[in-house]
Design a protein around this ligand. Sequence first.
Ligand SMILES: *Cc1c(COP(=O)(O)O)cnc(C)c1O
Length: 428
Amino acid sequence: MDPRRLVPRTDVVLADPRLSDAADRLGRVAVKAAVVAAQDLVRAGVLAPGGVADAAVAALAGPAGGLRPVLNATGVVLHTNLGRAPLSDAAREAVLAAAGNTDVEMDLASGLRAKRGRTALKALHDAVPAAGAVHVVNNGAAALVLAATALAAGREIIVSRGEMVEIGDGFRLPDLLESTGARLREVGTTNRTSVADYEDAIGPASGFILKVHPSNFTISGFTSGATVAELARLDLPVVADIGSGLLSADPLLPDEPDAAGTLKDGADLVIASADKLLGGPQAGLILGDAALVERLRRHPLARALRVDKLTLAALQATLTGPETPVWRALRTDPAALRERTLRVLAELEGNGIPVTLTESVAVVGGGGAPDVRLPSWSLSLPERYASGLRTNATPVVGRVAGGRLLLDLRCVPPERDADVVAAVLAVA
Ligand SMILES: *Cc1c(COP(=O)(O)O)cnc(C)c1O
């Protein structure tokens, strides 16, 4: 029979008293949307028709807002589709505190207007004293657009053909840069570009040299490129897009450039994302030569790219707070993870779930270090659990491989293990 004919009618579901309560708390529009989403799950064949009201109630049980909190059991530390870096508790508290009125642009001692986000900017500057000045915009792409507009509109950006990357979802760096009115002067080849290639391209129309760290792929074999240190000796500003947001070198990720080291190598500006390896909120960090940073900060476009108070609060708390969840996930000891996974496995087995333990590999993700393989452990379940876990009241997202669903607990906060067990039992 056509499953659509089994979907309970919206008005019938909305009569559930739990949903009228939810409507008082969250608004009718939110409740109706949750019911429609649950009806869609029935149509997709992943929810029984009788479960629509329960699923809507469960979806509405969390905080208001359309984004559902999920448990990341993919073993991908920075999962772009799951919101990249999860914020630390300190950053979450800071966001909540800043959500009301705050002194974001007021000096409370004098009552006068003050520089927006000055304490977060100071925290960033303190973290990278080698920078002459710092600025923060909406994301890494915005930082690139601002640099290209302020320093090279109507002029040329010299960049290696090996660094013309796509940053995801079909957005490509060359298109992004040219959208500002700057022209790209591509030099070298996909696999090899020399300092002389850059040098030969320098002329009266040059704006700056852009050096992009490819954070989502590696090229191996017959390759060579010019280093930032070599390019810094040429007579043109060097802007280095390091991507991942490491502020200082991390021995765990030896191939990832960091802001302090890149400035020390002679880059005039460093651009990075805050929600990758730094483990903070979505933001674009700009660090470097004070005069250049000031030109970017004063450009009219800067106003359109400015970050909100919530981002500033989260960024500051990330910079000054304890180790981030990203940092901890990267440093998880495989032996300890195995013990933890075995405890969860024992509970599931005790409830008759057909689960085994398997060795697996975790990765940093699109946010950086494409070469790094982190030895890991996963629960292995029949693949049919995957969709049920994703649409559970507490969604758990794993990874399907070889007909099995793998759940790697590395990026799941340990205090949430009980939620993983409950989710698997609910699906079973
Ligand atoms: C991620 C990335 C970007 C884009 O940054 P967003 O913060 O996602 O806008 C640009 N360049 C590089 C090298 C990156 O890794």
